[in-house]
Write a protein that binds this ligand. Structure first.
Ligand code: ADP
Ligand code: MG
Length: 229
């Protein structure tokens, strides 16, 4: 996927995406086809083949799911979102994966935060992506701190701070490019989708990182205009 990106740097974003999606979907589809062929020819280890087919289909679903989020900007509903509730929910979703990796998630959120103007499901998706990346960067455990503060009257900031592997400078600038991943089973779509969602919300994402120490992802979002409601 990395080569593909370099070769297609001059294509439009749409062209890049289409090329990337085709490329990423072809691999699991080829695998599924191959293993069905093997099953047809009366292969011995059926269970193992079923498992591989099923995991490849999951991967296709995952890629399509992330694409659909991008494809549906008009289905977005902007409403006042309670960031406390949202972070609580996301933490619960990521918690089992964290516990399995000896990771503790610590929330340090300012008491009375104003509502955010946004689409709850899309924002959830963003924080799930960011928290999952943090968990995946900490195979040896540690602490993930989630900190939410009022920045000014009309903006809040949420920081997800991990103690993971960190990101080398040359990779930092590629995060959010379609299909940029350093993981064996990564899609390289999570941050791209997250950047787009936050941008659409009038917000901003910035990442700072130190190799061997950890990474901080900072998300600034505008608050709901009529917070007295
Ligand atoms: P994926 O997680 O599928 O690889 P993402 O778009 O979510 O795709 O992330 C792209 C890449 O950015 C990751 O493969 C990883 O190299 C890097 N990255 C993102 N977040 C972190 C983090 N918290 N710590 C270390 N690396 C990260
Ligand atoms: Mg990810």
């Amino acid at each position: 996927a990395q080569e593909l990106l370099q070769n297609s740097e001059k294509l439009s974003l749409v062209g890049q995406l289409a090329a990337g999606i085709a490329h990423e979907l072809r691999n699991p589809l080829t695998a599924v086809k191959g293993f069905i062929q093997l099953l047809k020819s009366g292969a011995a280890d059926k269970q193992q083949y079923y498992d591989i087919i099923s995991s490849e289909i999951n991967r296709i679903e995952q890629i399509l799911g992330e694409m659909l989020i991008l494809a549906k900007p008009r289905a977005v509903q902007y409403l006042p979102v309670d960031i406390h509730r949202l972070l609580e929910h996301v933490t619960t979703l990521v918690e089992s994966q964290a516990i399995m990796n000896s990771i503790e998630i610590v929330k340090e959120c300012e008491q009375s935060l104003p509502f955010i103007d946004g689409d709850e499901n899309q924002l959830k998706q963003v924080f799930i992506n960011v928290m999952k990346n943090a968990v995946e960067a900490m195979p040896h455990g540690g602490i993930i701190t989630v900190r939410a503060n009022k920045l000014e009257e009309d903006r809040i900031v949420v920081r997800v701070i991990d103690q993971g592997s960190g990101i080398p400078a040359d990779q930092l600038e590629r995060i959010g490019h379609p299909f940029f991943t350093t993981k064996e089973h990564g899609t390289g779509l999570g941050m791209m989708v997250s950047f787009q969602i936050i941008e659409r919300h009038g917000g901003h994402v910035s990442i700072s990182s130190e190799v061997g120490k950890g990474t901080t992802v900072e998300i600034v979002l505008p608050v709901f205009a009529n917070n007295s409601l």
